[in-house]
Design a protein around this ligand. Structure first.
Ligand code: FAD
Ligand code: DLZ
Ligand code: SF4
Length: 514
């Protein structure tokens, strides 16, 4: 143990790369910032190679920025032989090196890391201050208070409170601008044939990124996904360029094509900022501020600005609230008792279903898929096929560069799998091939026929949809929002229902070759 006493050790996690972070706020001479590229964090699930490269490079750039502000940083670069594999081991070694008076951290995004942090005071017999994370617009106390007396949690009502709280798109009488809270009905246009969204901006890897890419290639080669080409932003400056590009070139059409999917267009008009927001390179307040300003300047229509702002101050904040409200029990919920193993083609994309093949291929290439691909193609399949929530959660946590449990798990458990028994979704997001055909051009190049309802050539989403409703009658029939589907199912007659069951059984038996 060093005899020279440091002031505070300030541990900054890989998704806390924000200069105004609460744990950096009161930095004084004599304090030391600790950061580490850690085996346990990079491997507790086998994250996509691009996700590890992005985070390690962004961490290195962030540490350099801190140093350039005369902040003392003790940075632990990844070393496969190092004994410092976890946050706890990193901290123990830093305490030995610096002999600090106290530890200061900002609360982490994930439950398991908070539990780890809570053990440090006793383990190291040192004062540990866990500060709130003010990068979010709402905090757990506010959400819990909002949630506790409600029979069901609905994002829409939470969102309205967030609009009132922030004043975003509110008029002088504290009423929503344009008279409506939500313009979603204008945000569902099918994609026209000649749609050509702007190309996303890309960044050449600099020396730091090149070194990280070599490291990831050498030590994480068995992980999912393509490492190269690597064109992600890795600094706040670059992330701001991505945001600028979105506001000027993509946001005007973001609203109308928000739900559309086009083969060969993985990014459509989406913002592509989630990885940067979640790692801290951008903040929620600044991105919604920019969208509102673009609307006020007359550069973007209201449905686009409102739709985007709702995703951030509505969905993103709401989802985080749900995670902390229900954890740790949330992780084990499985209301529909789904237990089918993930087909191996979720990792290879080798499936005959073109929609799944496109979405998985793009995920593999980019560590990105947009919301409707995650929800209505990949997620819809996982729901209809009754895939195990544990396996589906792990897949989503691995494959996307923006995935951290606080945001990934409620989206998987709540939005797609109904594993939380509708804690916040009024019904399961189940759909047949008709929906995918309406919102995409995938079906034109598929070996299955979207217009066929039964038989080996029929689109599997068509019969799996009815088989799903049939299997879960006891749970879902009471739900007024699925009632109409059950009336249709009832009218189908025994022969049709038997054909649906037979097709589904055949599909499940051959799921690996489907
Ligand atoms: P845009 O479409 O441009 O939306 C703007 C922003 O809104 C996003 O960057 C994101 O910060 C926020 N947002 C939109 N929808 C959601 C949502 N449902 N939950 C939280 N934030 C939202 N998002 C993640 O950031 N990490 C995840 O691990 C993640 N897992 C998901 C898993 C499933 C099954 C589903 C259905 C959705 C998931 N999402 C996740 C939400 C959403 O799909 C992504 O935020 C979005 O696709 C990111 O792309 P974008 O930045 O271009 O977003
Ligand atoms: C996701 C991730 C990865 C891949 N690697 C690291 C790392 O080496 N060091 C680090 O501090 N954080 C990493 N992270 C992000 C953490 O997993 C994240 O901070 C916690 O899950 C809390 O949200
Ligand atoms: Fe997907 Fe069915 Fe369309 Fe094929 S036909 S792309 S499986 S929805």
């Amino acid at each position: 143990m060093s005899t020279k006493k440091a002031g505070a050790l300030r541990l900054v996690l890989g998704d806390q790369l924000t200069h105004s972070l609460t744990s950096l706020d009161s930095y004084e001479d004599g304090d030391v910032v600790i950061m580490g590229e850690l085996y346990d964090e990079a491997s507790y699930v086998k994250h996509h190679k691009k996700k590890i490269a992005f985070l390690f490079s962004a961490m290195r750039h962030f540490a350099d920025e801190l140093k350039s502000k005369d902040i003392k940083v003790d940075y632990h670069s990844f070393d496969p032989k190092s004994d410092l594999k976890s946050f706890t081991q990193l901290l123990k070694s830093a305490i030995d090196d610096h002999n600090p008076e106290k530890i200061i951290v900002t609360a982490p995004g994930e439950y398991r890391v908070l539990e780890e942090m809570k053990s440090w005071r006793d383990q190291f017999e040192i004062d540990v201050q866990i500060l709130g994370d003010d990068r979010f617009i709402s905090d757990s106390d506010e959400f819990n208070e909002w949630a506790q007396d409600r029979k069901s949690l609905r994002m829409e009502y939470f969102y309205r409170d967030m609009r009132r709280k922030t004043g975003l798109l509110m008029d002088d009488d504290n009423k929503p601008v344009g008279g409506e809270w939500n313009y979603d009905s204008e945000n569902r246009e099918s994609p026209p044939d000649d749609l050509s969204p702007p190309k996303p901006i890309t960044f050449e890897p600099d020396e730091i990124t090149k070194e990280v890419l070599e490291l990831v290639e050498a030590h994480f080669d068995s992980h999912f996904g393509d490492l190269k080409p690597f064109t992600m932003a890795v600094t706040r400056k670059q992330a701001l360029e991505v945001l600028d590009h979105f506001i000027t070139d993509r946001l005007p059409d973001f609203g109308r094509y928000q739900d559309a999917m086009v083969q060969g267009q993985p990014f459509m008009y989406h913002s592509l900022i989630s990885a940067y927001l979640n790692a801290g390179l951008l903040t929620a307040r600044e991105v919604v501020g920019r969208a509102e300003a673009a609307y006020q300047d007359g550069d973007v229509p209201l449905n686009s600005a409102e739709g985007f702002i709702r995703q951030i101050i509505g969905w993103r904040e709401f989802i985080r609230g749900v995670y902390w409200y229900y954890m740790p029990d949330y992780a084990d919920m499985n209301a529909l008792e789904a237990d089918r193993a993930l087909p191996s083609w979720f990792w290879t994309a080798e499936t005959k279903m073109n929609c799944m093949r496109q979405c998985i291929t793009e995920t593999k290439e980019n560590a990105y898929a947009h919301h409707i691909q995650r929800l209505m193609v990949l997620g819809n399949f996982a729901l209809l096929a009754g895939l195990s929530p544990k396996e589906v959660n792990e897949w989503y946590l691995i494959v996307y560069a923006d995935a951290y449990e606080w945001v990934e798990m409620p989206n998987v458990h709540g939005m797609i799998l109904y594993a939380d028994n509708g804690a916040f979704a009024s019904k399961p997001y189940a759909a047949s091939g008709t929906y995918i055909n309406k919102m995409s051009d995938y079906c034109k190049s598929c070996s299955y026929s979207v217009t066929k309802k039964n038989g080996p050539k029929a689109c599997p989403f068509n019969y799996l949809y009815w088989d799903f409703l049939n299997r879960h009658q006891d749970t879902l029939k009471k739900n007024p929002r699925t009632g109409m589907m059950y009336s249709t199912l009832k009218r189908m007659g025994d022969e049709k229902i038997q054909a649906i069951k037979d097709d589904s059984q055949r599909f499940f038996k051959n799921i690996e070759d489907s």
